[in-house]
Design a protein around this ligand. Structure first.
Ligand SMILES: *Cc1c(COP(=O)(O)O)cnc(C)c1O
Length: 383
């Protein structure tokens, strides 16, 4: 067996080897739907690109390596990866998830899979005990996000796993906000790790792609079946772009986190700011858990201005110049978002406000520009 690589090497070499045809160091973009067969069934392992494509295979191997899992799967979006997980279950099965879930995940659960007979519970997971109260014999999955979007709550993955294991409940972690550089849920004992690779993994805001990584071979067979049967696969070009992004994940994440720390501290000491949500603060309720399960605190920050009004929030957002107002996160450029009207618009106002997503909340995805430029931009916007 090949020597196990450390993380910074695995993002570059994990699961990768030069292409057998001409030795290309980067996997070629195999822009093909089908593959020649010598006689029926006599082929080189590839028959049809919904089932397998060599560029996608290269990405799937890389995904597995960087999450320290055995099997990686690439999907056409983060949501189609989540969709595939939900298809593991049957009507009547129950799933417990967080109450400040990514809006698109909530919509998929509440508007599609609920109608197909799955029952969802949305609960405040800051305290893992809240989850355990909802478990019964029908509970099949606990769906975690940590840190959560956009309130930056931290869920204690190890406690949830140790509780779920004895009861044969699967634990899945949406690891989009952390990336495997900061947090590796499978190592913490989770069964499934999911990514919107659209964000940090691809890292350049130029692709929509999703990922799942698992260790268990039965689970892997089921997911491979669903991936092929439902067919929500990424094309070879997008697979290539994501693989290219992954190769710099470690250096990007270091700078993302460094910049975010500077900005979180700047915001928290600014007189025009009421509250800053970032797990790196000692005062964050689950700071110690974040410290134990993450390598650093990530580059997503939410905050509310002092007067906590929608008007002031809007003014700040409009005055920012380097921070671009846009959906999404995790790219090299800094973005600003207004969760209540953008990412979380699909969650009823009453529900989102319970979890803190009020109309004055602003969210930053901190990029890797010069920190001085970012702080100057924020400073002028707050004046
Ligand atoms: C963006 C996002 C998703 C959905 O991924 P897509 O690639 O947009 O389909 C899921 N979870 C989180 C935390 C996200 O940020």
């Amino acid at each position: 067996m090949k020597k196990k690589l450390r993380f910074n090497s695995s993002v570059i070499h994990g699961g990768q080897s030069p292409d057998p045809a001409f030795g290309a160091v980067m996997p070629p973009i195999y822009q093909t739907s089908t593959y020649a067969q010598k006689s029926p069934g006599d082929h080189k392992g590839y028959e049809y690109s919904r089932t397998h494509n060599p560029t996608r295979t290269a990405l799937e191997k890389s995904l597995a390596e960087i999450e320290q899992g055995n099997f990686g799967f690439a999907f056409s979006s983060g949501l189609s990866a989540i969709d595939a997980v939900m298809k593991l279950f049957n009507p009547g099965d129950e799933i417990i998830s967080t109450n400040d879930l990514y809006g698109g995940s909530y919509r998929l659960f509440d508007k599609i899979f609920k109608n197909l007979g799955l029952k969802f519970h949305f609960v405040d997971m800051k305290n893992a005990e809240n989850i355990f109260d909802l478990v019964n014999e029908k509970t099949k999955l606990i769906w975690i996000e940590s840190p959560t979007n956009p309130m930056m709550n931290i869920v204690d993955i190890k406690s949830v796993v140790s509780y779920a294991r004895d009861r044969e409940i699967l634990v899945a972690v949406d690891n989009t906000f952390s990336s495997p550089f900061l947090q590796q849920p499978l190592v913490l004992g989770a069964d499934i790790v999911m990514h919107s690779a659209t964000k940090y993994l691809s890292g350049h805001s130029d692709v929509i792609l999703g990922a799942l990584v698992v260790n268990d071979s039965d689970l892997s067979e089921k997911l491979a079946f669903i991936q092929n049967a439902s067919g929500a696969v990424p094309g070879p070009m997008d697979s290539y772009l994501t693989l290219r992004g992954i190769k710099t994940l470690h250096v990007r994440m270091q700078r993302h986190c460094e910049n975010a720390k500077g900005i979180a501290e700047f915001l928290s000491s600014h007189s025009a700011i009421k509250r800053v949500y970032w797990p790196g603060f000692k005062s964050h309720p689950n700071h110690e858990i974040a410290k134990s399960q993450m390598k650093d605190f990530g580059a997503m920050i939410s905050f509310i201005p002092k007067d906590s009004s929608y008007k002031t929030a809007l003014k700040i957002i409009k005055k920012l110049k380097i921070f671009t107002l846009a959906e999404s996160l995790g790219g090299v450029e800094s973005l600003v978002g207004h969760p209540a009207s953008m990412t979380h618009a699909s969650i009823p106002k009453k529900d989102r406000e319970i979890s803190g997503v009020i109309d004055s909340l602003i969210r930053f995805s901190v990029g890797i520009e010069d920190i001085e430029d970012l702080i100057e931009d924020i400073d002028q916007a707050l004046k």
